[in-house]
Design a protein around this ligand. Sequence first.
Ligand SMILES: Nc1ncnc2c1ncn2[C@@H]1O[C@H](COS(=O)(=O)NC(=O)[C@@H](N)CS)[C@@H](O)[C@H]1O
Ligand SMILES: [Zn+2]
Length: 477
Amino acid sequence: MAEQEKDAALPSKENFSEWYNDLLLKGEIMDVRYPVKGLYVWFPFGFNIRRNVYDIMRRLLDKDHQETMFPLLIPENEFMKEAEHIKGFEDEVYWVTHGGLTPLDVKLALRPTSETAIYPMYKLWIRSHADLPLKLYQIVNTFRYETKHTRPLIRLREITSFKEAHTVHATWDDAAAQVDEAIRIYTDFYRQLAVPVLASKRPDWDKFPGADYTIATDALMPDGKTLQVGTAHHLGDNFAKTFDITYEDAEGEQVYAHQTCYGVSERSIAALISIHGDDKGLVLPPAVAPVQVVIIPIIFKKAEGVLEACEEVMNKLEAKGIRVKMDASDERPGAKYYKWEMKGVPVRLELGPRDLKNNAAMLARRDTGEKQQVSLDTIVDDVSSMLDDIHDSLYEKAKESIYSRVFDCESLDDVRENLPKGIAKIFWCGNKECGLKLEDDIGAGILGIPTDQEECKGKCPVCGADADTKVYVARTY
Ligand SMILES: Nc1ncnc2c1ncn2[C@@H]1O[C@H](COS(=O)(=O)NC(=O)[C@@H](N)CS)[C@@H](O)[C@H]1O
Ligand SMILES: [Zn+2]
C-alpha cells in the first residue's frame, strides 16, 4: 500500500473531513488516486468489509426477494420514456455513443439507476396477478455525473455498490406496505452495522423522479450533517403506464401494476466508518470486521510453547466461526497494536509465557480500550460474548449520539442556533412556498416528516398557519 502517507499520524477526528480522508488510506479502505474524478479503487481490506456488509443485506432480502442482474447499458428510447425520470436524471446520465470507431445508431445510457433497464422486461414477464408480488434486487455499479463535491463512499460518479430492489404489486396499498417493509429492512440492516437511522417522508420537491413519494433513512455524521443512507420510493402506477406493465386480474381485466424501488449504496460503509471510528483509526462492528480477533504472541528469547498455545486458541476460535488472525511477525508488540487498532479489529488477544503459566490470556477491546484477563478454558465463550458486547455498546453509543443531537425547536432562531450541532425539529404547515422559504432562511434542508411522528399542534414559523406536523431539518451531504 502507499507507505509514504501512512507514516504521518492520523488527524484527530475533530477535523472530521481530514480524519475521514486519511483513514480511507490508513485503514486500507479506498484509494482515491484513480485518474477519473468521482471514481475510486477498493483496497482488498475495504472490499472485505463491503462483502460482509452486503452479506447482511442479502440475508435480509433473500427471505422474500430474489437477486438477479440487468444490463448496464440502456437504449436512449427506453431511458427517455418517463418524463419525470428524465427530468431528474438528464444532467447526470453518462452516454455511450460509439462501439469502437463505429458511431452507435442508438446511443446507450450507463444506468444511473435501473428502472428503464428493468421495466421493459417486467412488461414481458408480468401477465397475471398470480405473478405478483414480484420482488427482485441487484447489487451493481451505477453511474451519475455528480456535479456537487464528489467524495469516496459518500458521493461517487461510479457508485460501486448500488443495491437496488424493484418490486411489482397488484394495488397501490400493497406497494405502500412494501415501502414500509423496505424501511423496516433498512432499519434492521443498519442496526446490524450499529448505525441508528431516522426515517422520514421527503418533501414532494425532494422525492425520487417519477415517484408518488419517497421515504428516506438518514444517519447523523460526526460533523452534524446528515447522510441519506437509503431510500424507498412508491412509484404508483406511473412507470407501469409508461412501460405498459399490466396484469390480468381475477375478473379478467387488464390492470396497471403498482411498483416500488428502494436502494442503498456504499454510503452504508461511509456511515459505519464515520460514526464508530476514533483517533486511533477504524472501529469496526464485529459483524462486518474482516478480522474479529487478532492474536499477538508475546515472545521473549525462548518461545516456551507460546506459539503452539496461540495456534490452539486460533483453531478453537475459527471452529466457532470467528474470523481470527495471528500476527507472529517480528515487529515490536507496540507497532502491532498500532496497526491492528488502525484497522479496527474489535478484539486483541495477547498471550505470553506468564499468561501460559496461568492458563490465561489477555483480551483488549478496541472500542473502549479496556483489558480483561480470561482463562484459556473459557476463552471461546469469553471472546464471543465480548464481540456481542462490543456491538451492543457501539450501537448504544451511536444512538445516544444521534438522539442527543436532535433538537426540538420552537422558532427559526432556535433552529439556526442548533443546526451546526445536528438535526432540528420544527413545525411546518406543509405548503411548498413555506418549506422552500424555511430551507432558504436557515440554509439547510427539510429532511421530512418523521415516520414515527405523533400528532402535534403548532404554528408554521413562516406563515403562522396551524401546523400538525414537525419536520426534521438538517445540513446534509
Ligand atoms: N452519487 C452517489 N454516491 C453514493 N451513493 C449514492 C449516490 N447517489 C445516491 N446514492 C445512494 O443511493 C440511494 C438510492 O438512490 S436514489 O436515487 O435515492 N434511489 C434510486 O435510485 C431508486 N431507483 C431506488 S434504488 C440513495 O439513498 C443514496 O444513499
Ligand atoms: Zn406555512
